[in-house]
Design a protein around this ligand. Structure first.
Ligand code: MTE
Length: 328
């Protein structure tokens, strides 16, 4: 496996035999090379869930609920998590990602990390799936459009990835970009699209290094379906879903705040911070409550929205002294 690792390789001093073994198993399973039993155990959230597609991943169970790494709330069924979503590269209808994202080629894949880092470099698909300690994280995801779900992701902390590339002290922001390949992405070819592709997002460095910021490679114990952002996407559970950029190909560390897609399109509606906040309404709708999927016209399943999407205890200190109505 090591011959597949490009710069930066993991220092051998960091590796203990068991994780190497587990990672190799994860890699082989993800690559479909061997039909091996699941090592991480079946996700508790996934038990009894019908899942399709995806290669099984080896991962460990979530850390403490106190840290926000898991929730006692019912996970949204796999069918809803994968059928309903936003991925504008494939169209604006909630069903378009599931209909069209199979066209996106995700193997080979490379993720470039550069900018204010001491060791710029690239991760390839096998490094992404097999080079990190995978863990389950059961998070709420709250879309700015006021629908929400609970998703059992599998991934690794964004901090683990950034540290490999040795951020410089001048790095204050992190910028992310999604793959832009029009031949595979009908939404980017649409004449009605006003988005300046690729899809871009950003975080402040302290937000990026927070232990809840996750690079997800799977859900329900298997590799991500394309529509959910395969092979690797960001998940920032205390922010509106548009911050959780899918199918990431580039990460740049910057001194200055990057321009992001939704902020560029409508700055008065979508801010850079985009922290979930029931007290600050979107100019066109209330953010006080949300529709938890599965939700229907007759059974909307409306619940109150929580400050920082329920992660205030873990993240409120990041915004101490900031006016959250101005910095929305
Ligand atoms: N990433 C890209 N590249 N393109 C998108 O259109 N939509 C965002 C986010 N990431 C989007 C994206 C929005 S608005 C939401 S709510 C979440 O993805 C939805 O993620 P899900 O489909 O996995 O639920």
């Amino acid at each position: 496996m090591s011959k597949h690792f490009k710069i930066p390789a993991i220092a051998s001093s960091e590796i203990t035999p068991e994780p190497v073994y587990l990672k190799r198993r994860a890699l082989m399973q993800a690559a479909g090379l061997a039909a091996l039993p699941l090592l991480g155990g079946v996700s508790r959230a996934a038990q009894g869930e019908e899942t399709t597609g995806g290669a099984p991943l080896a991962y460990r169970e979530p850390d403490s609920a106190a840290g926000g790494f898991t929730t006692g709330e019912q996970a949204t069924p796999y069918a809803d998590v994968t059928a309903y979503g936003n991925f504008y590269e494939f169209g604006t209808d909630k069903g378009d990602p599931a209909r069209h994202a199979h066209q996106m080629i995700i193997d080979p894949w490379s993720l470039e990390v550069d900018g204010a880092v001491r060791k710029p470099g690239k991760l390839h698909l096998e490094d992404i799936l097999g080079g990190f300690d995978l863990q389950e994280r059961i998070y709420r995801l709250r879309c700015v459009e006021a629908w929400s779900m609970v998703v059992p992701w599998v991934g690794f902390p964004l901090a683990d990835l950034l540290q490999r590339f040795e951020p410089g002290s001048e790095a204050r922001y992190v910028a992310f970009e999604t793959l832009y390949r029009p031949s595979e992405m009908p939404g980017t070819r649409s004449f009605t699209s006003t988005i300046d592709w690729p899809y871009r997002e950003g975080l402040r460095m302290d937000e990026a290094m927070h232990p809840l910021s996750l690079m997800a490679v799977g859900l329900y114990g298997k590799t991500l379906p394309n529509q959910n952002g395969a092979p690797v996407r960001l998940v920032v559970p205390w922010k509106y879903g548009f911050k959780s950029i899918k199918s990431v190909v580039r990460i740049r560390l910057l001194e200055k705040r990057p321009r992001t897609t939704w902020e560029s399109l409508a700055p008065e509606e979508y801010g850079f911070y985009a922290n979930v906040n029931p007290n600050v309404d979107h100019p066109r709708w209330s953010q006080a409550s949300e529709r938890r999927l599965p939700s229907t016209l007759f059974s909307p399943n409306r619940i109150p929205t929580q400050m920082f999407n329920g992660y205030a205890e873990q993240v409120a200190h990041l915004y101490k002294g900031m006016d959250l109505a101005r910095n929305y």
